[in-house]
Design a protein around this ligand. Structure first.
Ligand code: CMC
Length: 428
């Protein structure tokens, strides 16, 4: 069976045979299809990239119909159960699980870079008292670019390595600072004697005690949440990381751009929106009325639906289980009952069944974050910490991919042409 596609252009009657590679045809192969020598040639039109592969990637595999998610081939369920965030970040970055020695070296590198320049603190002081932590996070990550001008050397593998450690190490510190600032609390410096998750907990919650000891259940929950959020192939923010990175700026500004993409309520801001939605519903008995409004086009059911998953998001299943473990410690978050009822009701409703809309990762994550004591504004920041490992891995893959160039889509121009300039006094 030939691995080709035969296309007939009915405008000219000509046929073309296009190679099929990995289930794709090259958009550039369409360009030869033209009506005359001066015709530009056929383009693919795909707003929002709903059916366009923008790269080859060996990092994350998703089978949306089967509800499968794997990092470098390892099922997310096994990683969530057995790995730690730092080990998973290594796996995502380098493509294999580390040996004990590799993990130790990697952990040492990350730990060495947890501190931020003192001027970062002063910079953060400039924000208004009620600044959204995600806005502060995005700006502060961008500001790292000014502290590390060496990071502009993106074609240098050693520099890429250093920026990888810096980014993964510093985002929890910045995230914790945004939290402390939003509460009016003094910043807590990193404690490099602690694990990645325990240090983050210490920077968030330590008060006057000389050493902060986090609860192992909380530490494990943070590790699981971080593992689940570490990468998700070519989503909006990964695409932003690659697109901005393709013009070759340093990775700090590209990461800030990716975090900005994550901020939106249709992406990483959805967990915040879910919490607000559950509070608005207020009681299990109000679920049917709320769903009716969604079906009538009055807003969306936040935390439901996904561009790729047309089945239960495997991350949502794991988070649901983790929530129970956290609740044993923190007490049950009453919003979980509304969420469970909403899920039950929606999954039996024809509208959601027909559109294959299932809970996604954001449906339950916010409920855990709230049980841990985080204000809703912190939720997207908590998403951004582990996703930084994914963004950096996507960026490293893009930079070294010979098929990649500056990301520059085409357009179908729909505006006016050749209009003569009219002096302002003569305009109608
Ligand atoms: N509630 C109600 N209807 C929905 C929803 C929803 N959450 N999501 C999609 N639909 C409907 C949509 O109205 C459309 O219906 P119709 O065919 O009648 O016009 C159909 O389902 C297909 O939707 P779409 O907008 O074409 O799907 P998309 O792939 O462009 O959007 C999405 C994916 C995640 C943006 C969308 O499902 C959504 O807005 N969900 C709510 C926000 C959310 O939870 N986002 C987190 C995504 S997971 C975490 C992450 O990766 O960031």
């Amino acid at each position: 069976m030939p691995e080709t596609l035969t296309v007939t252009d009915n405008r000219t009657g000509k046929s073309y045979e296009l190679p099929i590679v990995d289930g794709t045809v090259k958009a550039m192969d369409l360009r030869q299809i033209r009506t005359s020598a001066d015709d530009f040639g056929l383009m693919a039109y795909d707003p929002a990239f709903t059916n366009t592969a923008s790269c080859r990637s060996a990092i994350t595999f998703i089978d949306g119909d089967a509800g499968i998610l794997e990092y470098r081939g390892y099922p997310i369920e096994q990683l969530a159960e057995k790995s730690t965030y730092l080990e998973t970040a290594f796996l995502i970055t380098y493509g294999h699980l580390p040996t004990a020695a590799e993990l130790q070296t990697w952990t040492d590198h990350i730990t060495m870079h947890t501190f931020v320049h003192e001027n970062i603190r002063k910079f953060m002081d400039g924000f208004r008292y009620d600044a959204h932590p995600m806005g502060v996070f995005v700006s502060t990550v961008a500001a790292l670019s000014t502290f590390y001008p060496d990071a502009a050397d993106v074609d240098n593998p050693e520099s890429r390595e250093l920026q990888t450690w810096r980014l993964i190490a510093k985002v929890p510190t910045i995230a914790a600072f945004t939290y402390r600032q939003s509460r009016g609390l003094p910043f807590i410096y990193p404690d490099n004697s602690l694990s990645f998750a325990a240090n983050f907990a210490s920077m968030l919650w330590r008060m006057s005690e000389p050493n902060y000891h986090s609860n192992p259940v909380i530490e494990r929950a943070l590790n699981i949440l971080f593992i689940l959020h570490a990468d998700h192939e070519q989503n909006c923010s990964a695409n932003a990381m690659r697109a901005v990175g393709s013009s070759r700026p340093d990775p700090f500004v590209s990461t800030a751009a990716a975090a900005a993409a994550l901020y939106g309520p249709l992406h990483g801001g959805a967990n915040e929106a879910v919490l607000r939605m559950l509070v608005e519903i207020g009681d299990k008995k109000n679920v049917p009325d709320f769903v009716k409004k969604v079906k009538a086009g009055e807003g969306r059911l936040m935390g439901f639906g996904h561009r790729v998953y047309k089945n239960y998001d495997p991350r949502a299943k794991i988070i649901k289980r983790t929530a129970d473990e956290v609740f044993e410690l923190t007490g049950r978050n009453p919003l979980i009952d509304i969420a469970l009822e909403l899920e039950r009701y929606a999954l039996e409703d024809e509208y959601f069944i027909a559109r294959k809309l299932y809970p996604n990762v954001d449906f339950y994550s916010g409920i855990i974050y709230q049980a841990l004591g985080f204000p809703v504004e912190m939720f997207p920041v908590l998403f951004a910490i582990p996703r930084t490992a994914g963004w950096v891995a996507q960026w490293r893959e893009m930079i070294t991919d010979n098929e990649q160039k500056i990301a520059r889509p085409r357009q179908v121009y729909t505006g006016a042409r050749g209009v003569d300039y009219v002096p302002i006094g003569a305009r109608g």
